[in-house]
Design a binder for this molecule. Structure first.
Ligand SMILES: Cc1cc2nc3c(=O)[nH]c(=O)nc-3n(C[C@H](O)[C@H](O)[C@H](O)COP(=O)(O)O)c2cc1C
Ligand code: SF4
Length: 648
């Protein structure tokens, strides 16, 4: 009897708990639906109101937020006052303007209404699959509320929000300001900050659409510094998501530009009668993203891995697979234009597209000299950054590798061979990636250190969906490009970018492509997520894990019946290398690395040579399955700080 009563009571308690839980969930869902901007399909980014978040336990921050909210409204600046509990962080990447007033509580933790948002930001900032441009549309400012009495954890929460938003690409329009509730300066500090906020926002309103946040030359006034600890760009040339308002040259013709911007360039993008590839609109946008534009169609950018290896924190996957020194690598392109609009290329909202070269052309010597000059300027800015030794800095100032893959299609540039000559003359190795739409250009290309073809899909239909090519005969061009690759004597690579649910099922179809181009190597990597947008629907679901990439690679190797084996991996980049066994596995040891000096000697000899003339032994730490996972043991592994108690 007693047992039955207990059982009944237990069942009753469970049912009540379940009911309360379901009610809570549905209530929360309803709240999310009401507050979530994504629930309204007509609510475009351009029309979104600013969001003013308060993160508060006992009401101090909430009161301050209400005060600022009143001020914003009286200044006709539309904002929503938001309790983060009622907000879905997945929507954050669609916000354009965010103000955060955040208190710090016990042990430097946020009050309960900010825990989820804070955790979501931390996880996103630390998840290397999430690109560092996730919040690049979002301008923000933070006011921290706390007490110095708590020592190192003073305002840890406000500081954490500022840092995490920056590391995800958010643009900080005002420096973080902090108030101390115990030292009585909170009202004064908050008053000053509020005035600043109103001033900056009104300035933006006057100039129109956020221009208040850009400096004279289009660069942000405040953003994560170039060498921010949390800077997390991924691959040098692709792979990120997708803010894809493609700017076609035709599209921007007629856009109104300021007289100053226009210079001698007319509305149809012509300078002195010649069409220029990088118009002021594109230039401003690329410059804002950190590209240094050279002349009228080339660009250079310092890559995240170059900074990382300068600091002794590890190189990119090309360091592991081929022995490049990432801190001596220059990432550049002589053509910012491309003939594809790939769904996973996050640069498409800025870079021009075209089917053939139709623009004013710059001299290759000028491009190479300016690229080196701009690159070394950026390297010099790393002086004094923790971990950068004098030795590595001086090495960095003498680039030895050029990754011609920054953005766009380098082989579209008619003088690409002369440009390669200029690089080789300086004993700079050349890694060029082409999108496989210009087979003739591949045929006429001079020997380079390593030639890549992007193989974004294995079938005609999936390629159309993924690359969104401009050419009607894109598949024929692709196949012809692979055939052209087969005739190359130097090192050749297929580069596969895996998008889960889009192209990961096609192992057989990919395998069939091997015999067409007969590449020396196949690089396989997972796509990097950078937010979902109206024109691109990738989500985190589409991002494969390293285990997925490994499984796919192993399956592909197996299909080759011993021709290829999995040779190397770089776990951090979710990247795996297949290599040709008969060429690169000698006496059971992989030789995927490159003898760069030998390569340059061979080039200057003027005699024919092949890929097996300049190979070198792969170190054990880079070989597939090694404990190091492709991380060079001579570099110091850097783990991001999880406890931000005394951060900043
Ligand atoms: C238990 C407790 C712990 C606190 N811990 C910190 C802290 O670690 N760092 C800090 O800057 N302020 C700390 N504070 C100060 C609070 O930030 C301050 O009381 C603030 O006014 C609370 O804001 P709220 O009312 O919006 O929640 C703490 C306050 C309390 C009561
Ligand atoms: S090859 Fe060069 S540009 Fe590319 S990721 Fe490595 S260091 Fe960066």
């Amino acid at each position: 009897m007693f047992t039955t009563t207990t059982t009944h009571l237990t069942v009753l308690a469970l049912l009540s708990a379940a009911t309360v839980y379901c009610f809570y969930k549905s209530h929360r869902l309803r709240r999310l639906k009401v507050s979530s901007p994504s629930s309204n399909p007509n609510h475009s980014i351009a029309t979104r109101r600013g969001k003013l978040f308060f993160i508060s336990q006992t009401g101090t921050s909430k009161t301050l937020a209400q005060r600022l909210f009143g001020l914003l409204i009286s200044n006709n600046i539309p904002f929503d006052l938001v309790d983060p509990n009622n907000y879905e962080p997945e929507d954050l990447h669609t916000e354009t303007l965010v103000l955060i007033i955040a208190s710090t509580w016990e042990d430097g933790n946020p009050p309960s209404n900010g825990v989820f948002l804070s955790k979501w930001l931390s996880e996103s900032a630390e998840d290397f699959r999430v690109g560092s441009l996730l919040l690049n549309k979002c301008k923000f400012a933070v006011f921290g509320v706390g007490s110095r009495a708590y020592g190192d954890s003073f305002n840890a929460v406000g500081r954490g929000f500022s840092r995490k938003m920056r590391s995800l690409g958010g643009v900080e329009i005002l420096p973080l300001r902090e108030g101390d509730v115990d030292e009585g300066d909170i009202d004064k500090e908050f008053g000053v900050w509020s005035e600043e906020v109103i001033r900056v926002l009104k300035m933006g309103e006057l100039r129109g659409n956020g221009s208040a946040f850009t400096g004279e030359n289009g660069g942000e006034l405040m953003n994560g510094s170039d060498y921010d600890e949390d800077d997390d760009d991924d691959y040098e040339d692709e792979g990120n998501g997708l803010e894809s308002d493609i700017i076609d040259l035709e599209d921007i013709a007629g856009k109104s530009l300021s007289k100053k911007d226009m210079g001698l360039i007319t509305n149809n993008g012509k300078k002195n009668g010649e069409k220029v590839m990088v118009t002021p609109v594109i230039r401003a946008s690329l410059t804002k993203q950190g590209y240094k534009i050279i002349g009228s169609h080339s660009g250079v950018k310092i890559c995240r891995w170059t900074k990382s290896q300068l600091r002794g924190r590890g190189g990119c996957y090309k360091h592991s697979f081929y022995g490049i020194e990432s801190h001596r690598c220059m990432e550049a392109t002589p053509s910012l234009a491309c003939a594809n609009k790939c769904v996973f290329c996050w640069r498409h909202h800025t870079n021009p597209v075209g089917k053939s070269w139709q623009w004013k052309m710059d001299d290759p010597l000028m491009i190479v000299n300016s690229a080196i000059e701009q690159h070394t300027k950026m390297i010099k800015q790393m002086k004094g950054v923790p971990g950068v030794t004098a030795e590595r800095l001086s090495e960095g100032l003498l680039p030895r590798h050029c990754a011609l893959s920054l953005v766009g299609e380098p082989i579209m540039y008619p003088e690409i061979n002369s440009l390669i000559d200029e690089l080789h003359k300086r004993r700079i190795s050349t890694f060029l990636v082409t999108n496989a739409q210009f087979p003739d250009k591949i045929v006429s290309l001079k020997p380079i250190t390593q030639l890549y073809v992007s193989v974004d899909a294995a079938t005609k239909d999936s390629m159309k969906a993924i690359d969104r090519p401009l050419f009607g005969d894109f598949w024929e061009r692709f196949v012809d490009s692979l055939k052209a690759l087969k005739d190359k004597q130097q090192r050749t690579v297929y580069r596969l970018t895996l998008v889960k649910g889009w192209n990961t099922e096609d192992v057989d179809a990919y395998s069939n492509l091997f015999s067409i181009g007969n590449p020396d190597f196949v690089e396989i990597k997972g796509v990097t997520y950078c937010g979902t947008s109206a024109t691109s629907k990738l989500t985190m679901e589409n991002v494969p894990w390293h285990a997925d990439v490994k499984a796919f690679s192993e399956a592909l190797a197996e299909k080759s019946h011993g021709q290829y084996e999995v040779a190397c991996e770089h776990v951090h980049s979710c990247c795996v290398l297949l290599a040709k066994v008969d060429k690169f596995k000698i006496n059971g040891q992989w030789h995927t690395w490159i003898d760069y000096e030998k390569f340059h000697d061979l080039v200057s000899s003027g005699k024919p040579f092949g890929s097996n003339d300049y190979m070198a032994l792969t170190p054990s730490w880079a070989v597939y399955g090694a404990n190091e996972g492709g991380f060079d043991p001579e570099q110091a592994r850097y783990k991001k700080e999880r406890n931000h108690k005394s951060s900043r």
